[in-house]
Design a protein around this ligand. Structure first.
Ligand SMILES: [Zn+2]
Length: 317
């Protein structure tokens, strides 16, 4: 009896680990391609493309800030045994460099966003260490590009699985196009003059460019969450919010909403609609996958821009 009681928590813990879908080696399918990915978005895309042909170790868990992650020993262990490592790039996950150095082994490394078709004007001139805005996945056109590169890298890692990988990529690319068309249709219902975006940090430049939204400002006026706004920055932001008649400030799921809420109170804007900026949400949230996260963001923005009069949903995903 006593032994059974002692065993129970261990079994529960094992069930939890097996159920969280991170593809740890204990659940590996024989012959599957061991892939290590850094971000939640990349994990989702690699699983969508690779299906049963891949076993994904996703380093970042939902709602974890990628700008500020300390790699764990198990990340190094997984990387040591990986055939492919997929990174997001542009300094977002630069900590992966240390993981690769410490892991040894000879995985192929794919920087998924390098050479992407959409870049932002002036993004190589800012004060950031990175030359480019690292949040490229907020434009589905860039994700189509990354999907094609992930497909090719997986097929190279296991040529026998090419047919399944091609089929997975084809289906996912079709969904990305449905997503893009659907969000564009939603935004078209909001007058351009009302599409004024204030977020927690400067992560939505790509989304804004794609769907013709004016980025008015950010609580943390930086492309990394590691910067601190000065009192002057915040005063400037409240002035701009009042001048532009901004209706909503959008907190982000992986950032403390305290400052965003304080500025909303001061300016009369709402801060009721949270965006997924740097990370997907947990499995039971609207941000569980890349596709649902993008729709959730569009829905939040349309609600915020229209004072709650409209929302956004996309069929066929
Ligand atoms: Zn970010």
């Amino acid at each position: 009896m006593r032994r059974a009681l002692l065993l129970a928590p261990v079994l529960l813990a094992a069930a939890f680990v097996a159920g969280c879908g991170t593809g740890d080696s204990s659940s590996a399918r024989p012959g599957a391609i061991d892939v290590v990915v850094t971000t939640t978005q990349l994990g989702d895309i690699v699983r969508a493309v690779g299906g049963d042909a891949v076993d994904v170790h996703q380093i970042l868990k939902p709602n974890t800030d990628p700008h500020d992650y300390e790699p764990r020993p198990k990340d190094i262990q997984a990387t040591a045994g990986a055939r492919l490592v997929v990174v997001s790039g542009d300094n977002l996950d630069r900590w992966m460099g240390d993981v690769l150095d410490n892991a040894g082994g000879h995985p192929a490394v794919l920087d998924a966003g390098v050479g992407r078709p959409v870049t932002l004007p002036g993004e190589d001139t800012g004060p950031e260490a990175s030359r480019f805005d690292p949040h490229w996945w907020h434009d589905p056109v860039n994700v189509e590009y990354a999907t094609a590169r992930i497909r090719d890298a997986l097929a190279e890692a296991d040529p026998h699985a090419t047919a399944a990988i091609d089929a997975g990529a084809e289906a996912y690319l079709a969904k990305l196009r449905t997503l893009d068309t659907g969000i564009a249709k939603c935004m078209a219902t909001v007058p351009v003059a009302q599409r004024k975006l204030v977020t927690d940090h400067d992560a939505f430049g790509y989304f804004a460019k794609r769907y013709d939204i004016d980025v008015v400002g950010a609580v943390i006026p930086s492309q990394t969450t590691q910067a601190q706004p000065s009192a002057g920055d915040l005063a400037k932001l409240t002035t701009v919010i009042r001048r532009e008649g901004v209706k909503a400030i959008f907190p982000e799921s992986s950032i403390n909403p305290k400052l965003a809420k304080a500025i909303a109170r001061e300016t009369g804007a709402t801060a009721d609609h949270t965006l997924y900026g740097d990370t997907l949400g947990p499995a039971d949230s609207r941000g569980a996958t890349y596709l649902s996260m993008m729709v959730a963001n569009a829905d939040a923005m349309v609600h915020g821009f229209t004072g709650g009069a409209q929302g956004c949903s996309v069929a066929g995903l």
